[in-house]
Design a protein. Sequence first.
Length: 405
Amino acid sequence: MESLVGLGIDKLPILTLTRDVTKHLKRGHRWIFANCFDEKAKIQSGPGLLQYKNEALAIGVVQADTQLRFRICFLTEELFYKKNNPKLSLDQWARNQWKKALNLRQNFDPEKTNSFRLINGEGDGMPGLIVDIYANTAVIKHDHPIMEKFWNQKAIAQQICQDLPQVQCVYLKRRNDDDCKGENLIGALPEEVIFKENGILFSSNIRDAAKTGFFLDQRDNRLLLSRFSKNLSVLNLFCYTGGFSLLAAAGGAKKITSVDIAKVAIENVKRNFELNHFSTEHKDIAADAFQFVEEEIKAKHKYDLVITDPPSFAPNEKAVPQATNAYIKIFADSLKLVEENGLFAASSCSSHIHFEAFLEITREAFSKARRRGTLVYLGGQPTDHPYPLAMEELRYLKFALFRVD
């Protein structure tokens, strides 16, 4: 059987640490940054053997052009490691991780939900590899060019179809601004892919969509809000293709307003409502959410439930102060639109904004809006988006539901 790893090397180049991070690695952290190596040393991207004081520690992948310099696959103390056969070591490691990931996804009922994340990078011990399933379509995506070379795309595509017989198309998706957005590995990617989440139908143009085609990580949070939506007027800000709006409609909301700056996203919201034949009164508005909220405040409009789930404001650590202020502003302004004893849902997908910082942002927002809140629920990413316990930075999704008192 062909290896899932595409860059197995008979003899791995050695990378020597200048700092002792052994404890860090043995606890389960899987990233090593550039300041742990001699910056003058010449290194190339690709598989490598990590050592400290002439002792082999781990096999992983070098990213020579990023601050995240080395991504651990496995430690030399693990059973996969065969000192004189790194190619076999990598193959056995990859297949073991694949089986564990597959077992973790056995709890989805395909009659209700046939869209989920099969492989979640470091969370499944397979760095740089994302595999999402949308009904009969699988999408593979990588977060660095060397990871696309490291993984054997064709073998992974064949493995997906073997383990998930419903999959008819496997598509390798690249960045939307790349000259080549992606390629078919098996079958042909249709213009529209229709899939199911908690009994609701969704449509995606995967080739041009954000991420792999949809934000699967909010699945549980959307379902939670559906249970609170009956007979409510709902405002969904930064709605993208309307995930929260659709689940609110399924929950019996009486009126829904969906706002996103992208016209193509709003067209997709309309399509999703058509697919589900909801009779809920619904407004689709293509507008800047910040500006829309300011206009609604001036008009003194109120809603029973306001959902504010903006894009990541903090792409890196340096952006955190500015992002913090942006979150406080949009959350505070959103709170001004909530009816007394209404509900407010706030979310952030910025990995650089940690959970406690997120809660402090919401406290500041309530204070700035001169409202008081009761925390009803605090959540994050679902079971198909696991992360290593030692890597808190991969616990990126924060979601909070408040009653506005």
